[in-house]
Design a protein around this ligand. Structure first.
Ligand code: ZN
Length: 452
């Protein structure tokens, strides 16, 4: 009898240790999980007036119960460049992604891919320490790095659109890592297609968004399918709908140390949202304000306030995503980071963030930090997009790469965290190949956003 129980214990011991290991993982004090929601183009100029009106209760709560700040960003203020800086803690000269596209051999313009990135991204640093990541739609994440966890690269959404248009799915397996995760996503997308979920009207209603297409027809009396940026809206909305699917699929059972969700939605809307300003005000701005070399501070603020009102439905849509993430964060006593790459500013060249006049600074991005030991209502002073990566490494208890150019936001912590530094090995070049026929599609997307 005694011998049997002894034997049972021995046999069960590895299993016990294994389960203990698994169940300990989320609550391990030195290994907190970090959830990040990236919202392209979002700024406090959009959030603050809406919060003041009692809108966006979750953003308001996070600002009250977490630390928040403006983030200095850099020229050229191109999303691909800045999101790579956020993920690497390095400026573009160092990380090597300096534009949307580069001229390859034979004078061919190709979109930048992760193969051209010269330095490691956060998920690679985490991987070195045996920690895993989920990364969804991050800019310049194709080909996905072969890290523990999963990366649904930014080439997956355009690949899916191509597949829904009739292309063979097997051509695009390399857009997701590991490839075993690719097929369930494609199958789910095909199911949704059958049930009509990808139809523009349905996506728009589900997201509680105004029908911007119809609204444009009514207010401008013109065909939305010809309107710059707006013409690409149904497709960009599909990318976001796809993101919702992925969040719902991966978030509830997440075991990864890093969970990164990137949404392009605020930026997409702000690139065409000026169509919906009151006609009189729009004419006034075009004829007087934009005729000046630089609009005054008050003129800029007034414009921001009006754009914030228009952006509200989009932000409510993404606030619902934030609510889902926050539920996990609170359950697991994890950290939450909400971050953007830049804001928008009124200029003689329109409401934009790129190609601003020389005298104008690039409009700041935003950050919110929330979690164990993060100060409540604390403003993070002099923040920069370069600070995100070293701060995340520090929150995770990992050493900061000495080559990173930003600083850790120590002021955001009640008790300053222990700082560790090391020199990390240079980035291993990804083994994955080039996008299969996706370059053309991705360049079309960039053009439809007015980026190229
Ligand atoms: Zn951007």
């Amino acid at each position: 009898m005694k011998r049997t129980s002894w034997l049972t214990t021995l046999l069960l011991l590895p299993l016990f240790l294994f389960t203990a290991q698994c169940s300990r993982k989320p609550s391990e004090p030195n290994r907190p999980k970090i959830y990040l929601l990236g919202l392209d183009g979002l700024s406090w100029e959009m959030l603050d007036p809406l919060i003041a009106k009692g809108e966006l209760p979750l953003f308001a709560r996070l600002k009250r119960e977490g630390s928040w700040g403006r983030l200095k960003t850099f020229k050229p203020t191109l999303s691909a460049v800045v999101w790579t800086s956020i993920a690497t803690g390095r400026s573009m000269v160092e990380h090597g992604i300096v534009d949307w596209t580069y001229v390859a051999s034979k004078g061919l313009h190709l979109p930048y891919t992760a193969s051209e990135r010269r330095v490691p991204a956060l998920w690679e640093f985490f991987n070195l320490y045996g920690r895993s990541s989920t990364v969804l739609h991050w800019f310049v994440s194709y080909p996905p790095d072969p890290v523990a966890g999963r990366i649904v690269s930014d080439s997956f959404p355009p690949a899916l659109v191509t597949i829904l248009g009739g292309a063979r799915p097997s051509r695009f397996v390399s857009t997701v890592h590991p490839q075993s995760e690719y097929w369930p996503l494609v199958r789910r997308a095909e199911e949704l297609k059958k049930s009509g979920e990808w139809e523009y009207g349905k996506m728009s209603t589900r997201a509680n968004l105004p029908d911007y297409y119809e609204l444009y027809r009514k207010t401008m009396g013109k065909d939305p399918a010809q309107a710059p940026v707006l013409k690409g809206w149904p497709q960009f909305l599909l990318y976001e709908r796809l993101l919702d699917e992925e969040v719902d699929l991966y978030l509830p059972k997440n075991k990864d140390d890093l969970f990164f969700v990137y949404s392009h939605l605020p930026d997409t809307f702000l690139h065409f949202g000026t169509y919906y300003l009151e006609k009189e005000y729009r004419n006034y701005v075009e004829e007087t304000v934009m005729a000046k070399p630089i609009p005054s501070r008050e003129e800029g603020r007034e414009f921001d306030r009006r754009m914030a009102d228009l952006l509200l439905p989009v932000l409510k849509y993404r606030e619902a995503t934030l609510a889902k993430i926050l539920a996990r964060v609170e359950e697991e006593n994890a950290y939450l980071v909400v971050v953007s790459d830049h804001g928008f500013a009124l200029s003689p060249r329109g409401y934009t963030h790129q190609n601003l006049p020389e005298e104008m600074d690039p409009p700041s991005g935003m950050v919110l930090l929330f979690g164990p030991g993060i100060r409540k209502g604390q403003e993070i002073q002099n923040g920069s997009v370069l600070d995100v990566a070293p701060t995340i490494l520090t929150m995770a208890g990992l050493p900061v790469d000495r080559k990173m150019e930003g600083k850790v936001w120590l002021q955001a912590f009640v008790k300053p965290p222990e700082m560790k530094f090391r020199s990390y090995p240079p980035r291993k070049k990804g083994a994955a190949g080039k996008a299969e026929d996706l370059d053309k599609k991705r360049i079309e997307d960039l053009k439809s956003l007015g980026y190229l």
